[in-house]
Design a binder for this molecule. Structure first.
Ligand code: MDE
Ligand code: SF4
Length: 641
């Protein structure tokens, strides 16, 4: 049961239907053509599925504080207030409630995106931003506080149900509170009391601006994860001061964007930071929200049942599955498309200036585009390959009413997801495979596992349409000696066909090479060296995850040498040149992880036979192991045939 999660929560005059919040996420649809319509569809889809409260992405209270200019929400003008009315209307019609997040990035704003110099309490540059911010004058501080209050008033006018003041993740409010970023000597800096003045003034004036009945949430930093920053006692005092200012809910954020500690990636164990919220809850009477790596309604229920928080915020899990809570409440938890915390299609996109979507659910953010049209004719569809591309193609084709058979020469579904799931820290991939298995079974898809499809297979003759999603073939580099028995492929390692020796060289430095290296370290402290021709390792891994992968490899003692020219593989090692010198590196095993090739052979054969055939995923184009492309291809073809 979900007794705790299903309890309502009263915030002044407003009653939230349950204890689940869809946390703030910038999606980026705002900047697209028909952006408002797309964003409204995105939120409305989720509002109809048992979400207590949705919080928007950060809406800039001042243009210089925008997360990135035109593609980001703004509440800095009266026109903005009018602009967001259709959004709140759409959410209300769908039965939900939505809060506007009042946002100011401070020194995290990019000048080349806003066109204005970023501002901060002090002129101190952030390590993840190219611009040195200007220190705010006292008058400008006053204007900025007023902008939060005016923004809040506009949110009321626009029909929002609440506002959330963004005071975590290292944005402007954090920059004032922390001595690391606030080195002012006036009334706004120095002592803790002075540093706290900025958030307290904002809270007070926002409360005054919206009146006594309107809910005001404050997202504060429970843990900065920055050397020399706000202490635990200060954090608790901050929480208590916010309570005294009439804040209704404290949403506890973890870490700053520039923290060197992963806070939301797959490597972070589930529920890891719940105790931070629990600590704050002990010091205040108002309700407290826990977040970060909570992606399962049962975990959410357990946190509430243990008395550690009063509400749970989940953000990315609502990208992955708008129905996550409904499915939980209806006892269909095994049908949930679980957020695997990969960041590949959400945060990585945002940090690259693209709209967010979801690797496991390409429909996220594309609610108006990726519909499920009823087919003109019900067909027999054969999907060859049960990797992510084939699984998603099968799911969508079956949802539309086609009779679908999915075949794979392996005895289990999942394709290369089966490699990912066994890499230390990547266990969430089990969930994706479970989701597809449950969905396909429920939809009555026929499984033909352990079945190799050739152009003369009887299943081919029975099919009206065939989707070839049979994956990639590993590329073998042309190095003299590469065909010796101690040279193996990453696939041999993942599939347990070969046990690498104690001294291993991995040829390749991309995502697969990183994965196979970490995997080989899980059961033994092998000596591993990765080699590659280019300089930058972990290329192809997204911005939010690459740095943490490199740190982990180093921590586990994996050596990395880039800019090498291979010369020869010998029975006892490998010879290459590096920095103009010839190096012989002894080892007992060489693992090849140097890219993949597309595999269109079956497709061509079926075409030649005159079959209606489509080629998707890595079989079509093999740019690394790209589950995001695979699932997207699958969803598009599954909706088209
Ligand atoms: P880069 O070019 O990939 O890397 C440059 C070098 O720096 C290293 N690096 C790091 N080291 C340690 N710790 C880090 N956090 C970190 N990031 C990068 C790299 O290894 C690399 O070293 P090299 O290989 O060259 O030797 O990265 P970048 O500097 O261009 O960008 C870095 C990022 C901004 C991507 C970054 O630091 C990020 O990955 N940090 C983690 C963020 C995170 O996980 N936050 C948690 C929650 S996310 C959230 O709450 C909301 C996010 C959306 C807002 S939108 C707000 C409005 O709605 C994002 C808006 C953007 C403002 C910042
Ligand atoms: Fe979660 Fe990955 Fe989807 Fe982002 S892209 S919502 S992290 S599964």
């Amino acid at each position: 049961g979900y007794q705790h999660l299903q309890q309502s929560l009263k915030l002044r005059e407003t009653v939230l239907e349950n204890r689940v919040m869809m946390g703030s996420m910038h999606v980026g649809l705002e900047g697209e053509e028909n952006g408002l319509e797309k964003l409204t569809a995105f939120y409305a889809r989720r509002a109809s599925e048992n979400v207590g409260l949705i919080v928007t992405g950060g809406a800039a209270v001042r243009p210089e504080g925008s997360g990135g200019g035109d593609d980001f929400m703004s509440i800095a003008t009266d026109e903005d207030a009018a602009y967001w009315k259709p959004l709140t209307k759409g959410v209300h019609e769908a039965g939900g409630k939505i809060a506007l997040q009042l946002f100011h990035a401070g020194r995290y704003a990019y000048k080349d995106m806003t066109g204005i110099d970023p501002v901060a309490p002090s002129a101190l540059q952030s390590p993840i931003n190219p611009d040195v911010p200007k220190a705010l004058t006292e008058d400008e501080i006053e204007e900025t506080i007023e902008a939060f209050a005016t923004g809040a008033r506009r949110a009321v006018d626009a029909g929002f149900d609440a506002v959330e003041i963004m005071g975590s993740e290292g944005y402007l409010i954090n920059q004032f509170v922390s001595p690391v970023t606030n080195q002012r000597t006036d009334a706004w800096g120095g002592s803790f009391e002075n540093r706290l003045r900025f958030p307290i003034e904002i809270a007070r004036r926002v409360r005054a601006a919206v009146g006594p009945n309107f809910p005001v949430l404050f997202r504060m930093s429970g843990l900065d994860l920055i050397e020399g920053s706000t202490t635990e006692e200060e954090t608790l005092a901050w929480a208590q001061a916010l309570e005294a200012e009439g804040m209704d809910l404290l949403n506890i954020g973890i870490g700053w964007h520039e923290s060197q500690v992963p806070t939301i990636s797959m490597k972070v164990p589930r529920k890891k930071f719940v105790d931070v919220a629990a600590g704050i809850k002990q010091g205040v009477k108002i309700p407290v929200i826990a977040s970060n790596r909570i992606n399962d309604p049962q975990d959410a229920e357990d946190v509430l049942a243990a008395g550690k928080a009063d509400m749970i915020s989940m953000a990315r899990p609502f990208l992955a599955d708008p129905e996550i809570i409904t499915k939980g409440f209806e006892g269909r938890r095994d049908e949930i498309n679980t957020c695997i915390a990969c960041n590949q299609a959400c945060l990585d996109h945002v940090f690259e200036g693209r709209s967010a979507t979801c690797l496991v659910n390409p429909e996220a953010g594309r609610e108006l585009e990726l519909t499920l049209p009823v087919p003109e004719m019900k067909k027999h569809v054969l999907i060859v390959g049960a990797g992510p591309a084939g699984l998603e193609a099968a799911r969508t084709a079956a949802l539309r009413g086609h009779t679908v058979t999915i075949a794979d020469e392996k005895d289990e579904i999942g394709g290369q997801l089966n490699y990912s799931k066994i890499v230390p820290g990547k266990g969430e991939f089990y969930e994706t495979i479970r989701y597809f298995r449950v969905q396909l079974e429920k939809l009555g898809v026929n499984f033909a596992l352990g079945t190799r499809i050739t152009d003369d297979h009887p299943l081919v003759d029975d099919a009206d349409e065939i989707v070839v999603a049979s994956g990639i073939i590993p590329r073998t580099p042309e190095i003299p000696g590469v065909d010796q028995p101690h040279v193996i492929s990453y696939r041999d390692v993942f599939e347990g066909r070969a046990v690498p020796g104690e001294r291993v060289v991995v040829i390749g430095g991309g995502g697969v090479a990183c994965d196979v290296s970490l995997y080989m370290q899980h059961d033994s402290s092998r000596e591993i060296r990765m080699l590659q021709r280019s300089r930058r390792f972990a290329r192809g891994i997204g911005k939010t995850t690459r740095w943490a992968t490199i740190i982990e490899l180093k921590k586990r003692g994996v050596e990395m040498t880039g800019e090498v020219m291979y010369q020869e593989i010998t029975p006892d090692g490998i010879t290459f040149s590096h920095n103009g010198e010839t190096v012989h590196h002894p080892c007992d095993t060489i693992v090849i992880a140097s890219g993949q090739l597309a595999n269109p052979v079956l497709f061509e054969a079926l075409k030649a036979k005159g079959k209606q055939t489509h080629l998707i995923g890595g079989a079509e184009e093999a740019l690394g192991l790209d589950a995001k492309k695979a699932i997207y291809d699958g969803t598009v073809i599954g909706r088209a045939i």
